[in-house]
Design a protein around this ligand. Structure first.
Ligand SMILES: *Cc1c(COP(=O)(O)O)cnc(C)c1O
Length: 373
């Protein structure tokens, strides 16, 4: 048996009729770009969050980029975020000419350490960009307070946290805007690329609609402000509409996998040095990833590989240590928690339709490896 950390085929098998019907619906609609499905998904995704506006775009990276632009973040502005994230978070900041400023993460849940944010705020700081990583939310109250005090904008990176809640509030409803990715692996994933921005602001909504459409107000063929071609495809939008109806089911499926892992590994965790995911206070985790930690991570992964199980690391290289971001000037050791956990974390296979026998194989192999290390 080959074990894949992520696989869409079991889901496709189950949902095939509905997904193919989605494709046919678009093909028969007579409108292949910015049609009924995009508009329908936008209003349904906004309604799911009880937020006034949703603007879809072509991927999550551009969702962050266009959201920053629409919020007025540009060249020379500083944006506070974390280095333990997918590189696109930082690429999007860089793409608008702004400067990413990193704070460290918390050692227990690997999320932004919000107590460090005040220390890095300067007159150039324009926005805070918390990343709701792995499926749970950054503590937003301290960020909202700092934003009020210093007149900063808050953009949530929700690429990994569709449906996650903090103190009862959904990810994507706690800032000035929120960016989502619908990359296939995500909690709400398309069958290709996709992204969206949520916002309560009518002007941000209007600017986003222009920015994704060459900078035009669609009917006039006149560029108002130079923009991009960043539209969500109709087919992906219709697939996302169908899948949004099942989002809560997907989340329940992920939680069931997480519970099985915790039940299967909990008793040996402490004795073997395995650290299971910690649930942050007041958070409802959606388990985009099931991230564990072990001081001999590389040896554990090597042993698992010999048993045919190859696991992922999200992420092995913190963004500030990447060659492409050396211009930011972060020396090794500048984000100690981020750097330490990058050497210790790894992810167990996680998707809602992950077969139970595969979960049990992973649990069994990990128990063997850890108890004989
Ligand atoms: C996936 C991801 C992105 C980028 O999304 P794409 O759709 O791949 O462009 C941004 N931020 C985080 C945290 C992500 O996980």
């Amino acid at each position: 048996m080959t074990i894949r950390v992520w696989d869409y085929l079991p889901e496709y098998e189950k949902e095939r009729a509905d997904l193919l019907d989605a494709v046919e619906t678009v093909f028969e609609s007579g409108n292949l770009v910015l049609g009924r499905s995009v508009l329908g998904f936008e209003s349904e995704f906004a309604a799911y969050h009880d937020v006034a506006h949703c603007v879809t775009v072509d991927n999550g990276t551009n969702a962050i980029k266009l959201a920053l632009q629409a919020l007025g973040v540009g060249p020379g502005d500083e944006v506070v975020t974390v280095a333990n994230t997918a590189a696109p978070t930082v690429l999007a900041i860089d793409a608008v000419g702004a400067i990413p400023v990193f704070v460290d993460i918390r050692p227990d849940d690997y999320l932004m350490d919000t107590t460090q944010v005040a220390d890095v705020i300067t007159p150039a700081t324009k926005a805070l960009l918390p990343v709701h990583l792995y499926g749970q939310c950054v503590e937003m109250a301290p960020l909202q307070r700092l934003a009020r005090e210093h007149g900063l904008l808050v953009l949530e990176d929700c690429a990994q946290s569709h449906g996650a809640r903090h103190a009862g509030q959904l990810a994507g409803t706690m800032g000035d805007a929120a960016a989502f990715s619908f990359y296939p692996t995500k909690v709400l994933g398309a069958y290709g690329d996709g992204g969206a921005v949520l916002t309560g602001s009518e002007t941000v909504d209007r600017d986003l609609r222009q920015l994704r459409y060459y900078g035009m107000e669609s009917v006039y063929y006149v560029v108002q402000t130079p923009g991009h071609n960043s539209r969500l495809d109709e087919v992906q939008a219709e697939i996302l509409r169908r899948k949004l109806r099942r989002l809560d089911e997907y989340i329940a499926g992920r939680r069931a996998v997480a519970e099985r892992y915790a039940a299967g590994l909990g008793d040996i965790a402490e004795a073997t040095g395995l650290v299971l995911p910690s649930l942050a206070d007041a958070n409802e985790h959606v388990f985009y990833l099931y991230v564990v930690r072990h001081p001999q991570r590389d040896a554990v992964l090597e042993q698992l590989k010999r048993r045919g199980i190859t696991l992922n690391i999200s992420y092995p290289w913190p963004v500030h240590t990447m060659t492409g971001f050396s211009k930011l000037g972060y020396a090794a050791g500048s984000l100690p928690v981020t750097e330490r956990i990058a050497d210790e974390i790894f992810s167990l296979p996680m998707y809602p339709s992950l077969p139970v026998d595969v979960q049990d194989t992973v649990i069994g192999a990990l128990r063997d490896v850890l108890t004989t290390l």
